[in-house]
Design a protein around this ligand. Structure first.
Ligand code: SDX
Length: 430
């Protein structure tokens, strides 16, 4: 990485720090020597100005509303590709040739079953357990079943672990759903493609033939592509930090799922649909927009705003198109939630508050309407996000593990607690 330098004066000492440039996007100032040379830390609690790593996987331009997976625009991948091909691209850096794709699909397809004792693992949950709680637990439990792919220093074991994760997430997600609704688990069907197989594991029942709707399968496959990776977001950073300690990949992915669950992150799709349902009718939208603008009201428009996108989230545009496709395929003429969402978007995009704060719909704004129309309960929305994001987490984890300069992540702090003091006896305490 070439570049110039930038100087900083701390406690009357001026230090030069190298500036590095990437292929595209902002330069970085390498401050790794800052503490050693000045005794001071940088301070950036939300990491709003911090690049935590170097990566070749995903690029986002928040101002231009651009998202590239290994250099390919998300619009083109969503239009022309499929999810497993996108998985190959994210993991290995290039789109697969015909034989490479066939081999990758074969390997993923033949790892979709989970250890049969996992079924007993599910029995330990209450039926009303949130599917995300089941996913955090069951993905973490995979490290108890697949010891032969937990040695992160063995390239072959890393490869087996990544295939197992991508292959088994749909099976675990479908089990979480079936367990939640009290229906028997449906085994994977190797004759079906990845997303059709997921739909049949969720919606088939043993007592009758289930026919996958190819339009819905294509739409869901595209939704998985949109959610596959997104640079150094909170859950990906969690996976990288967990992985930096040498934890096995299943444990790292479980940590990523736990972080994704939050309503400020992947949990926003569930929260957004609940918000649309609470608003209920387009005529109530103005009242909720006013609440979102009120500094004293903690209410936020879920599915709006983004740390990086200060323009329209390119995924939200594709998501909205997919929503209309799915609703028309299902013959849903007027979905009140869609009416509310469209009115909310119209109003917010014209409102000075949202314009000034550059708040646009993000990927979570329309996804819930689509998934609900497909038959998924709101509690499954973030599970589907986790299913799709697993490949991004794995790709980013692999990139970190294979980086020779990788070391354990260990941020510091600004300490504002008590200065050193002596232990008082209980009689001396007031
Ligand atoms: C995802 O990082 C990723 O890439 C994430 C993700 C991925 O693919 O991994 O894209 C997926 O998580 C999408 C985001 C889903 N979350 C939501 O939709 C929840 C609602 N959105 C917000 O909570 C918020 O926008 C965040 C969390 C997404 C971003 O928060 P930031 O960057 O920390 O911004 P902020 O909270 O400091 O907000 C800046 C201003 C504030 O006003 P001021 O204090 O400056 O006056 O904008 C306001 C906020 O009050 N604001 C909102 C708002 N989001 C921000 N006001 C009303 N409604 C909102 N949704």
């Amino acid at each position: 990485m070439s570049g110039n330098s930038s100087s900083l004066t701390v406690h009357d000492k001026t230090i030069d720090f190298p500036v590095k440039s990437g292929t595209i996007g902002p330069d970085v100032i390498d401050i790794s020597k800052l503490y050693g040379q000045t005794g001071a830390f940088t301070y950036d609690p939300g990491f709003t100005s911090t690049a935590a790593c170097e990566s070749k996987i995903t690029y986002i331009d928040g101002d231009a509303g651009v998202l590239l997976y290994r250099g390919y625009p998300i619009e083109q991948l969503a239009e022309h590709g499929d999810f497993l091909e996108t998985c190959y691209l994210l993991l290995y850096g290039e789109l697969p040739t015909g034989p490479q794709k066939a081999d990758f699909v074969y390997r993923v397809t033949h790892h979709t079953m989970v250890h049969d004792q996992m079924n007993r693992f599910f029995q330990g949950f209450r039926r009303d357990a949130h599917p995300m709680a089941i996913m955090v637990a069951s993905v973490g439990a995979l490290s108890a079943f697949y010891h032969d792919s937990t040695d992160i220093h063995d390239a072959n074991q890393r490869m087996v672990a990544q295939i197992r994760m991508i292959a088994k997430m749909p099976t675990l997600a479908a089990c979480a759903y079936k367990y939640h609704i009290g229906q028997p688990f449906i085994y994977p069907m190797n004759s079906l493609d990845y997303t059709s197989n997921f739909l049949q594991m969720c919606f088939a029942v043993p007592c009758e033939e289930y026919k996958v709707n190819p339009i819905l399968a294509r739409a869901l496959d595209r939704i998985f592509i949109l959610h596959a990776d997104h640079e150094q977001n909170a859950s990906t950073s969690t996976v990288r930090l967990a992985g930096s300690s040498g934890a096995n990949p299943f444990a790292c992915i479980a940590a990523g799922i736990a972080c994704l669950w939050g309503p400020a992150h992947g949990g926003a799709n569930e929260a957004a649909l609940k918000m649309l349902a609470e608003i209920g009718h387009p005529e109530n939208v103005a009242k909720y927009v006013a609440k979102a603008k009120d500094k004293n009201d903690p209410f936020r428009l879920m599915g709006f705003g983004h740390r990086v996108y200060k323009n329209y989230d390119p995924r939200a545009r594709i998501m909205q198109k997919t929503t209309h496709e799915v609703l028309s395929e299902l013959g849903i003429k007027d979905d009140p939630l869609l009416d509310v969402a469209m009115e909310l978007e119209q109003l917010a995009l014209k409102d000075d508050y949202f314009i000034e704060k550059k708040l646009y719909p993000n990927i979570d704004f329309y996804s819930g309407i689509t998934l609900k129309a497909m038959g998924f309960p709101t509690s499954m929305f973030t599970v589907l996000f986790a299913l799709a994001r697993t490949v991004g987490w794995i790709a980013q984890w692999m990139e970190m593990i294979e980086d020779p300069s990788q070391k354990i992540g260990r941020p510091r702090q600004l300490y504002t607690g008590a200065a050193q003091r002596d232990y008082p006896t209980i009689a001396q305490r007031s």
